[in-house]
Design a binder for this molecule. Structure first.
Ligand SMILES: Nc1ncnc2c1ncn2[C@@H]1O[C@H](COP(=O)(O)OP(=O)(O)O)[C@@H](O)[C@H]1O
Ligand SMILES: [Mg+2]
Length: 254
């Protein structure tokens, strides 16, 4: 099978500013890959390219081997700020993607509301939910359309640390055993390590590029509550942080 996502010789400029340059990256189908890098280095830009929201200034993006020309119909996008419609209930918000595709059924929406543990809140509005619950709605919104690829941009960074760990666990539960590919962006190396099969480190911008790709050989299933205390986790953390730290310092200096 071709890679789920291929970035080939990507360069992206905004006006006279070169955000990323010379990005070559293949994300194998079914993998959970995280991209880390200092703030402003171009992480969201890579997701936007994979989503087809922007077209590369140079180079090309392919999805399962086919060059991407418009929106990436095989991908769902989860943003840092959830995009729930405040005037719609949990059930309606979860079913939005189906509505857009003309395949809405109440049963299917209910199934996903239940899957993310919100059955008792199906008729509530977003303002009546906690931060973690809103994230569950956002996850269900993505999963209900059965995408082959999930593009996740710092989806949990606004949550408190314990809620966040719980949501990370729920994400792994949904993904485990599914053939879906996840491209996950975070500035948090611990989060990237604990979830991923591979961690990609981007350099500080401008003209950010890939400085390293680290396979993460921590066994699955992973217990996110305890994984940070495992010796191998600490080893990987030290190794990758040494690189990331340099880029963060460079980025501060600029
Ligand atoms: N639409 C845009 N117009 C102008 N500059 C942009 C645009 N999108 C991103 N940038 C710039 O490109 C760089 C990378 O941005 P981004 O991908 O959002 O970084 P990250 O997600 O790693 O924080 C930043 O310097 C940002 O200001
Ligand atoms: Mg970003």
């Amino acid at each position: 099978m071709p890679p789920a996502i291929t970035f080939e010789k990507i360069s992206q400029t905004f006006g006279s500013y070169t955000a990323v340059d010379g990005i070559n990256l293949e994300i194998a189908a079914g993998k959970f890959v995280s991209v880390v890098g200092p703030s402003g280095c171009g992480k969201s830009t890579l997701l936007n390219l994979a989503a087809g929201l922007i077209a590369p200034t140079q180079g090309s993006v392919s999805i399962f081997g086919a060059p991407l020309t418009g929106l990436d119909r095989r991908a769902a996008y989860m943003f840092q700020q959830d995009a729930l419609l405040p005037w719609k209930t949990v059930l309606e918000n979860v079913g939005l993607g189906l509505r857009f595709r003309g395949t809405f059924t109440e049963a299917k929406a209910h199934q996903w509301v239940e899957r993310v543990g919100l059955s008792a809140f199906a008729d509530k509005f977003p303002s009546q939910l906690s931060g973690g619950m809103r994230k569950r709605v956002a996850m269900a919104q993505c999963w209900i359309v059965d995408p082959d690829i999930l593009l996740m941009d710092e989806p949990f960074s606004a949550l408190d640390v314990h809620t966040r760990m719980r949501m990370e666990g729920e994400l792994l539960d949904l993904w485990t055993g599914s053939p879906k590919t996840i491209l996950f962006v975070t500035h948090d190396l611990e989060e990237a390590l604990s979830l991923s099969d591979e961690v990609v480190v981007l350099s500080a911008g401008p003209a950010s590029h890939i400085i390293a790709r680290h396979p993460i050989d921590l066994p699955r299933p992973r217990n996110l509550m305890d994984i940070r205390t495992e010796p191998r986790f600490a080893e990987l953390y030290r190794e990758i942080w040494a690189q990331l730290k340099q880029e963060v310092l460079t980025s501060y200096a600029r």
